[in-house]
Design a protein around this ligand. Structure first.
Ligand code: PAF
Length: 298
């Protein structure tokens, strides 16, 4: 595996179809699953590693974001990546960007409402990755459902010749969706976090049994959170999978999403629902995540 720092040096490594896995590093099994899926479909797998300051609306969150480049390089190589593109902030943003990339209709609710500017920052850096790396395929986790809608529509609207692939959420043994931030959960907060996925799975079961009311599905998630001592989630929302706007009724492909603060950590999770077929609940690890391997963490 080559480690590159510029767009041009990365493109010089290409052989065959190119699959991009955009990341901010501190890899867990969710990232590795994206790399594995990319490996199956492309001649060259590029993993980008860049903690994008433009998508953090809280400087403390940016400063605290976990980083370990050597560990990430070893994991990416073991997962079949050909190139780890790890640009400096100067390569990514040679000038303070004058361009804004914004998808206001897709960013008005949920993450867009609770983290102002976050999805614009994601759209900007992903547009730069699409333009600078010119991948044929780009793999994103379904855990960030609204982000997936944004980066998919971004490619369509700006005619980037990339196929965007959404990949199922990978979960810890207790159902918690994997996130690099899980390493910050305090032991005493761990017990409650399973309620997010439990609530979503109860709602997914109800949807598969024919429940179509958005309020009812959202209520099932809220009830599970309340029972676990998390009565005030930031949001529980049923949204159209493509437009990321809230819908009152499950009458098209959708995601049911939740965001809640547990201790100091903000968690998001979702299930994808389809009135015509089974829900996507993600996949669950059978062992502890490598996030908690000895010598790793914070
Ligand atoms: O999901 C992430 O890790 C980031 O938002 C992304 C897509 C790499 C853009 O910085």
């Amino acid at each position: 595996m080559r480690v590159t720092a510029t767009f041009a040096a990365t493109r010089a490594e290409y052989r065959g179809r190119v699959a991009l896995v955009p990341t901010m590093g501190f890899f867990h099994e969710g990232h590795l699953a994206l790399m594995g899926a990319a490996r199956e479909q492309a001649g060259t797998v590029v993993v980008s590693l860049f903690v994008n300051p433009m998508q953090f609306n809280d400087p403390a969150d940016l400063a605290a974001y976990p980083r370990d480049r050597e560990r990430d390089a070893a994991l990416a190589e073991a997962s079949g990546a050909d190139v780890l593109f790890a640009p400096s902030p100067e390569e990514m943003y040679p000038l303070a960007p004058a361009v804004r990339v914004s998808l206001p209709d897709l960013s008005a609710e949920m993450e867009g409402a609770h983290r102002p500017g976050h999805l614009d920052g994601v759209a900007l850096v992903v547009a730069k990755l699409y333009a600078g790396l010119r991948p044929d395929l780009a793999f994103f986790g379904r855990k960030d459902a609204q982000q997936l809608a944004v980066v998919t529509r971004l490619a369509a609207d700006l005619s980037f010749p990339v196929e965007v692939v959404g990949y199922p959420t990978v979960r810890e043994r207790d159902g918690l969706a994997l996130s690099s931030r899980n390493v910050f959960l305090a032991p005493e907060d761990r017990a409650g976090v399973g309620s997010l996925s439990r609530g979503l799975f109860v709602a997914a079961d109800a949807a598969e049994a024919g429940e179509r009311s958005g309020a009812a599905l959202e209520g099932l998630v809220a009830a599970e959170l309340e029972a676990a001592g998390l009565p005030s989630p930031e949001y529980v929302a049923l949204a159209d999978a493509s437009s990321a706007t809230r819908i009152p009724c499950l009458d098209r492909p959708a995601f049911l999403a939740v965001a809640a603060r547990v201790g100091t950590v903000r968690l998001i999770d979702n299930v994808f629902l389809d009135p015509e077929g089974p829900a996507d609940r993600g996949v669950r690890l059978e062992r502890d995540s490598l996030l908690y391997a000895k010598g790793v963490g914070c």
